[in-house]
Structure formats: C-alpha cells, structure tokens
Design a protein around this ligand. Structure first.
Ligand code: SAM
Length: 463
C-alpha cells in the first residue's frame, strides 16, 4: 500500500513516528485480528476461535492467530464477543486510570456507532451505573441498537441526537467518551480504499468538527467529571492541537494516565506525546510499534461547573396493582423480575433497572431515545409476544424453553431458512447453539416458525 506523501511529510516531526518501519508495516499490510468477549455471557473465549495472546491493556481482549468468517459463527450472533481492533481497547485502561468504577456513574459515549467503545464501557460499568450510547447518523444508530441489544444489558440506552442536544442536560454525566469522527489514517491497513480519500484539507475539516463536537457536549459533563477524547488519526491537528484547544477553551485539566506506573506503556509500545502549547499528555499507537492499528487517546477532567444544572423530575412510584396479570406473565420470561422495573410505552414493554427511573425521565424529556434498557415485547391477550432483544438479553429467565440446535441448524436459523427441528417443545422457545440463544422460534408440531429478524439474517453462503 502506498501512503499519501503529504501524510508522511506531515508526520515527520510527530512524536514517536518512525518513517521506515511505519512505511514498511503499511507495505506488508497485515493487520492483527482481535476480539473482546462479553463477560456477561462467557468467561473465556469460545474454544473454536484460534486464540493467540491476550490484549495486554484490556481484561477481555484477545488476539486471534487467524481471521475466521465471523458471519458464520453463531457465537458472534449470540453477542458472546465483539470483533474490535486491539488499540481501541485501550479505552478500558484509560477508564480504569481516570475514574472509580465502584461508583454509580452516568456515562455518555457520544459518537458511538457501531458500538465498539460502548460494548466495552457496558462491560466495565457496575449494574447501578448507566450508559448512554449516542449516534447522530440515523442509519448508524440502528446498527448501534443491534450491537447493544446483542450485548444484552438493562442499564444501556441508545440515543440519536446531535452533540449540541446534550447541552440541555447540564452537568449530567460523570464520564464522556468522544471517539471523534476523524480522517481515519490509523485504519489504512484495514481499509486501503480510505487512502484515496485522505487529504490535508480533510484533516483540517475534521479538526474543526472535533472542536465543535467537544464544545457542544461539554456542558453535559459535571464538575470533576472525566472526558476521554480519541481518534484513529495520526495527524497532530486532530490530536495534540485538539488537546491544546481543550485547555484553551474549556475549563479542563489534563490527566496523565500512566502516573502510577510509567514503565507499563513502554512495555506495550504505546507512545506518550505532549501538546506544543500546554504540554498536555496524550497516548499514540503506531502499528509498527504496537500490535494494533493507529490510535490516539487523551484524558481530561472538568475543573469548574460552567453549566445550567439539568432538571431532575420527580417520579411517582409505579402502580403495580393494575399490572398484576402482566407481572405474572413477565415472571415466566424474566429472571429476578422483583429487582427490575418494567414499563409500557406505545404498547411496547421495556425492562430497566429501577435505580434509573428518574434518569429515564431526564433522557425522555431531552433526547430522542432509540433503545431504553431491554425491549421485552408486546402484551398479547394471554402472553407476551417476545422481541429479539429479550432473546439476547442476560435477563432472560431460565424458565424459558430452549431449543438446542446443531451448527447446520443454527446457520439455517440465522439465514432465516425453513427448517423443522425434531423437538417435543411447543410454543415460543429460544433457539440456542451450545447454550447461547440466537433468537426466537415457535414450535408448532409439524411446523417451526423462525422469528429471527429479517434485517439481521445472513445473506451470504458458507465459504
Ligand atoms: N466509537 C465507535 C466505535 O468504537 O465503534 C466508532 C465511532 S466513529 C470513529 C465516529 C462516529 O461519529 C461515527 O459513527 C459517525 O457517524 C459519528 N459522527 C459523524 N459526524 C458527527 C458529528 N458531527 N457529531 C457527532 N458524531 C458524528
């Protein structure tokens, strides 16, 4: 792969850049494959994936020695792991070093689609914490909903808003992640086509957009709250310049992530970089020096409250009496329903954590919510009509009948092909491969209705 000369020239003075090895790595073009497991669903990586080593800066990340056809892996569709580039898993290290995860946190992932950073954050937070994953582009917000649904947790919300909409909830979040849209040079090995779209003009445009996004979302961070800013660009204009812009324009201080152990990043090959004006510290990943793609991350803390505090509505305790019949029905579908809260909106029933009832009101009053907790389904005359999200949820009850299928049947199911399993089960059942539920089916004796969502079905043929 031949890299743009203007990019190489612009990097010549950048901290940590080593021209020869950088160019050679791109000529070779090999890019490591890595996954991050979903600890709410599995404890160790699936045995059939060829695990090489753990990703050193992430507790759930693993390199694979070869890239399988993930599309034909039922474990992938069951949400037991996410395919994520290793450098970007560094977010876990940054979160652990900058905030106490034992606290009940409100977290915003502002530029969240397709959901790599959000699924990572969801796995880090305790269940009393709340994650809002936002994506401004509508079509991409749908993919984000699918991936968060696969992750299966009740304390996650997806919104589809412009960053400036978040100024309505001043001081709401303890942690904001801005994984900003960027010129994308860090991913050239993955996406060689993107090389042709790269230009210095585009870098300048991205830099301005990054400043605007940060300015727009800043008010929603509380005093003392943490901002983690990242890009997959090598350009100073999108990294060090943005660090200086933050310190010039926002009431923030830089956080050094490796203060406690300054040797660990050297061992991992991560480069510490400092901005020209404020000597603010950030972290650079070069593919010739780490096992991963190009990445940049920097951390900041808000010093002074500079926002109108958000309005916290009072919520009336839920009337449970009139919902008794529904409650009896839901007990069949949900584990520990007593510890959860469910509500009905536009005939849909959702499951959330009771601690988040007031938060739900805040989000509903100010943002466009695409997904709140787990969408359970709709109440029919006698029973729930379950939604796909419930099948993938970690809250699904062990009382729900499960149909175990073979690998071939699992692929047929995921393709939405017709198949008639040999089963004595009747009615709704979770279709599971090796214990991991893929979606719903309805067994009717000599017929089996496949309820796998049409828009998610596998379209290609087995290689
Ligand atoms: N965080 C994601 C992940 O780990 O999977 C990747 C995010 S990608 C680097 C940047 C995202 O920002 C894209 O989904 C893009 O649609 C979104 N975006 C584009 N323009 C934006 C804007 N003006 N404000 C906020 N987000 C924007």
């Amino acid at each position: 792969m031949s890299l743009p000369q203007a990019l190489l020239d612009s990097l010549s003075q950048v901290t940590g850049y080593q021209a020869d090895s950088f160019i050679k790595t791109h000529e070779l073009g090999d890019s490591p494959t890595s996954i991050r497991i979903n600890p709410s669903k599995i404890d160790i990586p699936p045995a059939h994936l060829k695990i090489q080593d753990p990703v050193p800066w992430n507790n759930n990340g693993y390199y694979l020695s070869e890239r399988p056809a993930f599309t034909f892996d039922p474990y992938f569709h069951a949400g037991t792991y996410y395919v994520q580039e290793a450098s970007s898993m560094f977010l876990e290290y940054a979160v652990r070093q900058s905030i106490d995860l034992n606290n009940e946190l409100r977290v915003l992932d502002l530029c969240a689609a397709p959901g790599g950073k959000s699924t990572l954050l969801a796995s880090l937070l305790n269940s009393d914490s709340l994650l809002v994953s936002n994506e401004v582009i509508k079509s991409r917000a749908n993919i984000l909903v699918d991936n968060m649904s696969k992750w299966g947790l009740t304390n996650t919300y997806v919104t589809n808003n412009d960053p400036k909409d978040f100024s309505r909830i001043g001081g709401y979040f303890d942690l904001i992640v801005v994984d900003a849209p960027c010129s994308g040079s860090g991913l050239f090995r993955r996406d060689p086509e993107a090389v042709t779209e790269w230009s210095l003009d585009n870098v300048a445009m991205c830099s301005h957009r990054q400043q605007r996004i940060l300015a727009d979302v800043w008010d929603s961070l509380k005093e003392g709250g943490i901002l983690l800013y990242s890009t997959c660009s090598y350009s100073e204009a999108e990294n060090e310049t943005i660090m200086d812009w933050i310190l010039d324009n926002l009431s923030a201080k830089n956080i050094v992530l490796d203060k406690k152990d300054t040797t660990v990043l050297d061992q991992w090959g991560i480069i510490r970089t400092a901005s020209a004006k404020h000597e603010s510290i950030g972290y650079r990943f070069y593919p010739d020096q780490v096992k991963g793609e190009g990445f940049f991350l920097a951390a900041f803390q808000k010093i002074k409250a500079d926002y109108q505090p958000f309005y916290q509505p009072r919520v009336k305790p839920q009337r449970t009496k009139s919902f008794k019949q529904e409650k009896n029905i839901l007990t069949h579908w949900i584990d520990d329903l007593e510890d959860k809260m469910w509500f009905e909106k536009n005939e849909n029933i959702y499951l959330i954590n009771p601690e988040h009832e007031a938060d739900l009101k805040v989000l509903q009053n100010n943002l466009y919510i695409k997904k709140a907790g787990i969408l359970l389904g709709q109440m029919g005359a006698k029973d729930l009509i379950p939604e796909h999200e419930l099948a993938l949820s970690t809250s699904i009850s062990t009382k729900v009948p499960v149909l175990d299928v073979s690998y071939e049947e699992a692929i047929a199911y995921l393709r939405k092909d017709d198949f008639v399993p040999d089963t004595p089960l009747r009615g709704w059942c979770g279709v599971a491969y090796e214990g991991h539920i893929l979606g719903w089916g309805k067994a009717l004796g000599n017929r089996f209705n496949n309820y796998y969502p049409k828009e998610l079905r596998i379209l290609s043929r087995l290689p």
